[in-house]
Structure formats: C-alpha cells, structure tokens
Design a protein around this ligand. Sequence first.
Ligand SMILES: NC(=O)c1ccc[n+]([C@@H]2O[C@H](COP(=O)([O-])OP(=O)(O)OC[C@H]3O[C@@H](n4cnc5c(N)ncnc54)[C@H](O)[C@@H]3O)[C@@H](O)[C@H]2O)c1
Ligand SMILES: O=C(O)C1=N[C@H](C(=O)O)CCC1
Length: 259
Amino acid sequence: MREALDGKPDEPIRVGVLGARGRMGAEVCRAVDGTDDLDLVAAVDEGDELSAVADAGARVVVDFTTPDAVMDNLRWCVDQGIHAVVGTTGFTGQRLDQVRDWLSDRPGVGVVIAPNFGIGAVLMMQFAARAARFFESVEIIEQHHPRKLDAPSGTATYTARAIARARAEAGLGPAPDATKDEVPGARGAEIDGVRVHAVRAAGLVAHQEVLFGTTGETLTIRHDSYDRVSFMPGVLLAVRSVVRRPGLTVGLDALLDDG
Ligand SMILES: NC(=O)c1ccc[n+]([C@@H]2O[C@H](COP(=O)([O-])OP(=O)(O)OC[C@H]3O[C@@H](n4cnc5c(N)ncnc54)[C@H](O)[C@@H]3O)[C@@H](O)[C@H]2O)c1
Ligand SMILES: O=C(O)C1=N[C@H](C(=O)O)CCC1
C-alpha cells in the first residue's frame, strides 16, 4: 500500500476485468496482480454475470472484449458509477457520442477509450499526425495476427482520422492516384480519404506502418508490438488516471501529457 501526501496509506484501486480469459484480458489480470497499488477483485468473461464486478466492489473496470459486447458493458459500468478503461475496438463517432450522453447523467464517472495502449504506438500516431501536412501522399498498412476479428484496426482508423484532420487544416486535397481498381479492394479501404491496408498473418501481433510520400522522398513511420505485455504500461496508467478524470477521454495522449 502506498502512502498519500497526508501520510495515510492510499487504498489500492479495486479493478475488475471484462474479457478476462481472452488474450488481452488475461495479460491485464497478470499486470494488475503484479502491482501493489491495484487489486484484481473480479475477472469476468462471456457467460459470467456482470454483477460479480459490482459485488466485488470494483472501482475501475478494464474491458477487452469484442466490438459487439463492449457497448452493453460500458453502459452497465456507467450506470453503476464504475470508471472504465476500454481497449476494445469498434468505436465510431456515433458510439463515442453515445458514451458522452450516458456520462452526462453521471458527472463523477470517468471512461478512457484507447485504440492502442502501446506507448510507442501512441507516439507513432502523434508523429504521423505531425508529418501529415508535409506530404502529398499517405497510406497506412496495418498488420495483425489472424485471430483478430475486425479490420481495419482501431489504431489504423484513429491514425487515418488524425492524418485527415491535419491534411484538411493544411489545405491539402486528395492524395494523387490515377490507378483504376482492376480488382475491388486492391487499393485498400478508405477512411476520411486515407487509404488503409489490413494484413493478417500468423506470427504477427500488432504492427503499423504509415507511409508518406512527396517529390523525391518518402517517410515511413513504423511501430511493432511483438508481445501483448507492450500494452500493459498504458493500461495501468489509464487505470490509475481514470479515477481522477471524469467524462470521456479518447486516446492516451492526454494521460501521457499529464505526467
Ligand atoms: N487498445 C489496445 O491497445 C488493444 C490491444 C489489443 C487488442 N485490442 C482489442 O481488444 C479486444 C480484445 O482483443 P483480444 O485479442 O484480447 O480478443 P480475445 O478474443 O482473445 O478476447 C476477448 C474475450 O472477451 C470475451 N467476451 C466476449 N463477450 C464478452 C462479454 N459480453 N463479457 C465478458 N467477456 C466477453 C471472450 O470470451 C474472450 O475471452 C479487440 O477488440 C482488440 O482489437 C486492443
Ligand atoms: O490484437 C488486436 O486485436 C489489436 N487491436 C488493436 C487495434 O485494432 O488497433 C490494437 C492492437 C492490437
């Protein structure tokens, strides 16, 4: 137990994990167990009762489930007044607005939703947004393990939107491209005007390249997660931060800037 500034010991934060038997959920359980300021009090997976989390007195829930399950879980957490850290993907603008709406009735509750908890991945996205205005061409290539359910990845979608915003602010038009798709999909998907290519292969974990081009030069910004432990410092930072961060926080950027 750590000591607060007033000399009294801080109570550990009681944490419940949803998706606890999954690849990420299991890693989060291990990471929380390995700290002395967080207590793992509930580990819930499909088929278990969510009420176990409230019964155990969890103050923060960490959700790594599926895009189909996450909204119901989040609604339940907000209704219960439990803070939430969400790594599950599938968050459209509409979904984020829905969460903001729920939170408006629960002013003390915090929710952090991040498409990628890897510190290197957060920096990769920031660097890409910074580079965006200097290059006429940009394409994103995301690469993941073949058991991933969604494409493109949440990280690629988030990156594409940030790049598109930066390009629009700089007054850049569409990237030059005279190619006609001979086979539908050959040029990838398009998110806010940015081409995104999703690769799935055994042996991969989570990887992304952002390729920029302009006259006579290219710039490649790349991040690789080789192991899911890479996400844990970001998840633990979010768990510790969310209790003093009411409302919705999207992405880890603000949390890293806090300290
Ligand atoms: N934000 C990040 O840094 C990050 C990193 C890795 C994965 N992800 C995302 O996290 C999610 C999970 O990824 P994964 O690789 O761990 O998947 P996974 O399939 O290994 O795990 C998901 C788990 O959720 C469980 N589940 C499904 N519905 C549930 C429900 N209603 N309540 C409780 N548990 C439920 C499943 O049984 C499974 O055990 C995906 O959306 C993935 O894209 C995000
Ligand atoms: O393994 C996954 O699934 C991952 N999903 C996230 C995404 O969609 O961006 C982050 C990286 C791992």
